[in-house]
Design a protein around this ligand. Structure first.
Ligand code: GUN
Length: 299
């Protein structure tokens, strides 16, 4: 059984990015700059955004953190994003989700200029991805594709079952795993809350991607021998034995599933760090202004 080590792989990717930044600097080029917008005080969101800013420092990017009060109105946020859109120093923009109820996620997503949409959430980027055109691909799906590619996991002709149909992970993963590319070329089944018998599907799967946000959902008796398992879950579960008061739990019951696997991602140290590295990679592309020339991996 091979552990798909997202921590180690993400460090490699970050080193590649840092080397490229050094080269850009020596040539007097544009240093990549990410702007992160955080509305409110959600603990997990604050942690994620702080990590993203720290990652930027690690690879030599510039970063701007815009922190807005949780009572911020929709127009105020839209104006703030527009200002960043118009700032030529800033290459990439993310607005951390979830947003407070008074703000439309759709409006915010759509106001970000597609060339600066390093989250890959804008309909232009989603549409380009679906058509197999170069696009920013959302960081978690992109990070998973990188992990599969770098570990040379065979995907062609395999049955891939994805559990969870979110905009950010499950739905884009279903497109990427089915497309004519490597990794890709899978026969994809997208399971969700209305799927009648998820176990019947996962038992037929060569690759399972668990992205539903239910700790320990996928258990050993739901998978066959030799399966590749990707665990996207990172739910905070209360844990009084830890100083911070919680533990991160994946959607996969690692103890019962891992003995049956050919490959598996751990939590923590699997998909999470790959997501962070993928965001940096997208931001580097934005700074290089190569939106129309890169990203899609094709055979
Ligand atoms: N919230 C959870 N994941 C993400 C992400 O990838 N990007 C943003 N902007 N917010 C998120």
């Amino acid at each position: 059984m091979t552990i798909l080590d997202g921590k180690k792989t993400s460090e490699q990717i970050k080193q590649e990015i840092a080397d490229e930044v050094t080269k850009i600097k020596s040539e007097g080029g544009k240093i990549p700059h990410l702007a992160a917008v955080l509305v409110g005080k959600d603990g997990a969101s604050q942690t994620y955004v702080n990590s993203k800013v720290k990652d930027c420092e690690q690879v030599g990017f510039g970063s701007t953190l815009v922190q807005l009060d949780e009572n911020t109105g929709e127009q105020e946020l839209l104006d703030s994003v527009q200002e960043i859109n118009d700032n030529p120093d800033i290459d990439g923009i993310i607005v951390q989700l979830p947003l407070p109820d008074q703000i439309s996620v759709q409006k915010v997503t759509e106001i970000i200029r597609p060339e600066k949409d390093v989250d890959g959430f804008h309909p232009v980027n989603v549409g380009r991805m679906v058509k197999g055109l170069p696009a920013y691909i959302a960081a978690t799906p992109f990070g998973i594709m990188q992990l599969l590619e770098r570990y040379q996991v065979e995907t062609s002709g395999k049955n891939c079952v994805i559990i969870g149909r979110s905009d950010i992970v499950g739905t884009p993963m279903s497109i990427l795993m089915a497309r004519k590319a490597n990794p890709g070329n899978c026969t994809v089944t997208l399971c969700h809350s209305r799927t009648k018998d998820i176990k019947a599907h996962t038992l037929e799967a060569d690759i399972v991607i668990a992205a539903l946000g239910r700790p320990g959902f996928l258990t050993g008796e739901m998978v066959k021998d030799g399966v590749v398992v990707i665990d996207v879950g990172i739910t905070r579960v209360p844990d009084s034995t830890r100083k911070r008061g919680y533990a991160l739990k994946g959607d996969v019951d690692f103890d019962s599933v891992s003995p049956k696997c050919s490959h598996i991602t751990p939590v923590p140290g699997g998909v999470g760090p790959m997501t962070r590295a993928a965001l940096l990679w997208n931001t580097l592309q934005a700074a290089k202004n190569s939106f129309y020339h890169s990203v899609a991996t094709t055979e």
